[in-house]
Design a protein around this ligand. Structure first.
Ligand code: MG
Length: 164
């Protein structure tokens, strides 16, 4: 069993993960609109991953015999001026999610809720990977600046992302 407060925190996180999916899909739409199909593909895969994260929370809340609450999502940022801005926004978003996860871990520790603490461990590792892969893409974008050939190759590389 989890506490009512923990139920609330986990539901907030479930909805935050759905919000992240929503936001990645809006970024993908921008990339499709500027014909950067590889980047759009990468961002759509990212959106799918966020949905999977949301479902992990969904199943955990259900397993704990608590109540799942799906809420309205805020409208995501839809207008971008560059790929740089897209990936900077996604890094900011991931850092925000990391902070939210860390806060729930702190709360689980304070409640001596070991089960939730163990459940959240996977997310801590996942967030390190998420941030690192986006930082890597931002480094590449910085290196190639406005090189058309470089952007072409960057887009091709992102098109190769495999979906699980
Ligand atoms: Mg996530």
């Amino acid at each position: 069993m989890i506490s009512k407060k923990m139920e609330e925190r986990l539901n907030q996180q479930l909805n935050a993960e759905l919000g992240a999916a929503h936001s990645y899909l809006a970024m993908a739409a921008y990339c499709d609109s500027i014909d950067m199909y590889g980047c759009a593909h990468w961002l759509k895969a990212q959106a799918k991953e966020e949905l999977e994260h949301a479902m992990k929370f969904y199943h955990y809340i259900e397993e704990q015999d608590a109540t799942i609450k799906i809420t309205a999502l805020p409208e995501p940022k839809c207008t971008y001026s560059s790929l740089q801005e897209v990936f900077e926004t996604s890094l900011k978003q991931e850092k925000h999610v990391t902070a939210l996860i860390n806060a729930i871990v702190d709360f689980a520790i304070s409640e001596k809720d070991h089960a939730t603490q163990v459940f959240l461990e996977w997310f801590i590792t996942e967030q390190v990977e998420e941030e690192s892969s986006i930082i890597d893409l931002l480094h590449k974008l910085k290196l190639l600046k406005d090189s058309g050939e470089g952007l072409f190759l960057f887009n091709e590389e992102l098109a190769k992302r495999k979906e699980d």
